[in-house]
Design a protein around this ligand. Structure first.
Ligand code: AP5
Length: 222
């Protein structure tokens, strides 16, 4: 049975950092809707043009657009062993659409891993975050610096600061996207007994150990 997991948490909780590692170690497809949208902005696609201003404000992109983009991605060849969802679903409509898509494939969500962390730590993490232009590899100027300042270790591309990582936008994203929009999604999954929580304020290695233990348990039981 494919292992389909959702990583949920406020902006900057470390979902992308863990998801990239886990996906490559376990052969799962890492589907990050934020990365897909930023690629659209970079390439000037119609999707990217529509999403650019919305993302810069810290608002959510429309459900119709996100669901259509996700549906196409889920149909790709690399999703057979399972998917690690990072940034999707973020609304009840997206969660219901996801269930319908997985149902149609005879699959289901095995667990929703929630990254718990407070707002002050998020601001600290996001103000120091740098990502690479080529492939969104993630760094932090203090907690996870690249070997050469401003250059991605993996692909040599330039590192930049995301437009939505400025403190005012981080606070807006936290309130609108986590406190307001994510609560009904969490309730939806909690009602089905799928929610597991980890302490995401710990250092990267400790967070990695906690997530790995959880996935090992699920993988063994699936
Ligand atoms: P998206 O890109 O998904 O942003 P996000 O959820 O806000 O998450 P982030 O990428 O900001 O954080 P993360 O948890 O992955 O943290 P990271 O690992 O980088 O979405 C962007 C925008 O797109 C949204 O605002 C919205 O507009 C739109 N969008 C996307 N999906 C959508 C959807 N489904 N519906 C509607 N709109 C959608 O880590 C953060 C920093 O901390 C890094 O510098 C990292 O090095 C560091 N770090 C990580 N772990 C640790 C640790 N344990 N200790 C110390 N530092 C750490």
């Amino acid at each position: 049975m494919p292992l389909d997991l959702i990583l949920m948490g406020p902006p900057g909780a470390g979902k992308g950092t863990q998801a990239a590692r886990i996906a490559s170690e376990r052969g799962l497809a890492h589907i990050a809707t934020g990365d897909m949208l930023r690629a659209g902005v970079r390439d000037g696609t119609p999707l990217g043009l529509e999403a650019k201003a919305v993302m810069a404000r810290g608002d959510l992109v429309s459900d119709d657009l996100i669901i259509a983009m996700f549906r196409e991605r889920l149909g790709a060849d690399d999703t057979g062993a399972g998917v690690l969802l990072d940034g999707f679903p973020r609304t009840s409509a997206q969660a219901e659409a996801l269930d319908g898509m997985l149902d149609g494939l005879g699959r289901h969500i095995a667990s929703v891993v929630v990254f718990d962390i407070d707002l002050d730590e998020l601001v600290r993490r996001l103000s120091g975050r740098r990502v690479c232009r080529a492939a969104e590899h993630v760094y932090h100027i203090d907690f996870h610096p690249p070997k050469v300042e401003g250059v991605c270790d993996e692909d040599g591309s330039e590192l930049y600061q995301r437009e939505d990582d400025h403190e005012d936008v981080v606070r807006a994203r936290y309130q609108k996207q986590w406190v307001d929009a994510a609560t009904p999604v969490l309730d939806y999954y909690a009602g089905r007994g799928l929610v597991e929580r980890i302490d995401a304020a710990k250092p990267r290695d400790e967070v990695a150990r906690a997530v790995d233990l959880l996935i090992d348990r699920l993988d063994g039981g699936s």
